[in-house]
Design a protein around this ligand. Structure first.
Ligand SMILES: [Zn+2]
Length: 101
């Protein structure tokens, strides 16, 4: 996934009357094969935010290691819920270590 795809799947913007909410999906595993997506608010931006400010806020979110990490093996940005530890994503862990999730 490139950062564009990551954004479309795991980042969303919702507007309320007073502000713009930047939300991020947290992937939680309810079983070994049951990922559940829970949305939480990452940042509240003023309603007057410009497109440029929104893009900057999204980029900042994608760089936040609490939510996204780059896999050191395949060099792809992954939501933290899809990481196997801090350095390797689930798919790489499966192919490199033979770990089955
Ligand atoms: Zn990987």
């Amino acid at each position: 996934m490139n950062s564009q795809e990551i954004q479309s799947l795991y980042v969303r913007v919702s507007r309320s009357e007073s502000s713009i909410l930047l939300e991020v999906a947290n992937v939680i595993w309810e079983g070994p094969h049951t990922p559940i997506t829970k949305w939480s608010t990452y940042k509240k931006l003023p309603q007057t935010s410009t497109e440029v400010q929104m893009v900057a806020a999204k980029e900042e979110l994608l760089k936040n290691p609490k939510h996204f990490l780059t896999c050191q093996l395949c060099d792809r940005l992954k939501p933290i819920g899809w990481m196997h530890g801090d350095t390797m994503c689930h798919s790489c862990a499966e192919s490199e270590l033979g770990i089955v999730h």
